[in-house]
Design a protein. Structure first.
Length: 375
């Protein structure tokens, strides 16, 4: 039961890591408490947006572009359609810090982008109604990722390179040695030379076994699908979007193959214990209420809700990721705290984590994600 690398958590980042590690010749075991893809992670809910000119900071742009390249390679290697080129509309007040970062990132990296005023946006997409002081930044080369299919695709390739999987298995103890680690589950014990920890909302619990207490906060989030006027909101004519508004930050997707529009609120949410009872969608009034109010103000088209779901964000105080080697154990790599905007990067994060394990460093700039910033 000895491996070169054990990956705890086979969700977005873990599955990608398992692929890149096994592709590079490592004997890999991926452990997960559930059966990926599943509804306990941040990948839940079928789709995720990938944006390039990044409102959360220009430091992310190069990683977004590399991620897009790697998603394309994954499509080619598996023959699966994982990316839908809907374009992405980022909209908000001209004074919005988010919009200013989007424009700055576009300029710095020479990204294709159209800057539109509210009237131009309405003329192109009549289903959108924005205040006069809003502008939109439209990226035609961005779009939508099929998040759950992405995980299945990486799993398929990881298995083809010899990776082993153990699902429905809970890690109970981690022992760290100078030359490796020992992982104990309820029934088995495994040994490896290196370890990757990518466990989402369970990071505080697992990292405590590694003598780390990081400021990570699991948050309950909700999103829902609404019946859509297909003439206005179908994915052939309507983009994915992120709106920075006076009532919150919202994101959404066009109706893909008649599924209805998917809408979520990015900010807010309630702190949870992922091992405890988590309220289902609709148990809180704001679950549906926030989304309906957003549509009423910005996309008024008498859209009725079809159904909603919950997922989990794991937040850091600055909403930047944690991607680093353990400060005391260089043979352990950690990825956590993706703060609700990490999935699009999971392709490049898998490559980064594999490099941290194999060579001890990454060719990508991950200084923003240092563990030591919390000391």
């Amino acid at each position: 039961m000895h491996y070169d690398v054990i990956v705890i958590g086979a969700g977005s980042m873990g599955m990608s890591s398992g692929y890149f590690l096994s592709k590079k010749g490592q004997k890999v075991l991926l452990l997960d408490s559930f059966v990926p893809p599943h509804n306990k992670g941040s990948h839940h809910g079928e789709t995720r947006i990938i944006r390039h000119a990044y409102g959360e900071g220009r430091e992310y742009v190069s990683l977004a572009l590399k991620s897009q390249k790697l998603w394309g390679e994954l499509e080619k290697d598996t023959g699966k359609q994982l990316f839908l080129p809907t374009g992405v509309l980022n909209a908000g007040s001209q004074n919005s810090a988010f919009i200013k970062q989007v424009k700055a990132g576009s300029k710095e990296y020479g990204l294709p982008m159209e800057i539109l005023d509210s009237n131009q946006i309405h003329d192109r997409w009549p289903g959108i109604k924005l205040p006069e002081d809003f502008i939109g930044c439209f990226e035609s080369t961005s779009g939508v990722l099929n998040s759950e299919e992405c995980i299945r695709a990486y799993q398929q390739l990881a298995k083809s390179h010899g990776a082993d999987f153990l699902v429905n298995s809970h890690v109970r103890k981690i022992e760290v040695h100078s030359d490796g680690v020992t992982i104990k589950t309820d029934e088995q014990t495994f040994h490896s030379e290196s370890l990757v920890v990518t466990v989402g909302a369970w990071a505080p619990k697992i990292l405590a076994m590694l003598d780390l207490n990081l400021p990570l906060e699991p948050i309950r989030k909700t999103f829902a699908w609404f019946q859509a006027n297909e003439k206005l909101y179908n994915h052939h004519n309507f983009p994915a979007f992120t709106f920075d508004t006076s009532i919150g930050t919202y994101y959404g997707f066009p109706s893909i193959n008649g599924s209805g529009m998917k809408i979520g609120r990015h900010d807010g949410g309630d702190r949870i214990n992922p091992d405890g009872s988590i309220k289902g969608f609709g148990e809180l009034e704001e679950d549906e209420g926030d989304l309906v109010e957003f549509l009423r103000q910005y996309m008024p088209s008498d859209q009725k809700m079809k159904y909603g779901k919950t997922c989990i964000y794991t937040m850091t105080p600055d909403e930047n990721f944690i991607v680093d080697k353990h400060p005391y154990y260089p043979h352990i790599a950690i990825a956590a705290g993706f703060s609700g905007h990490g999935f699009k990067f999971s392709s490049v994060m898998g490559e980064i984590l594999s490099d941290l394990i194999i060579s001890g460093t990454s060719k990508e700039d991950i200084s923003l994600f240092s563990i030591n910033r919390f000391n």
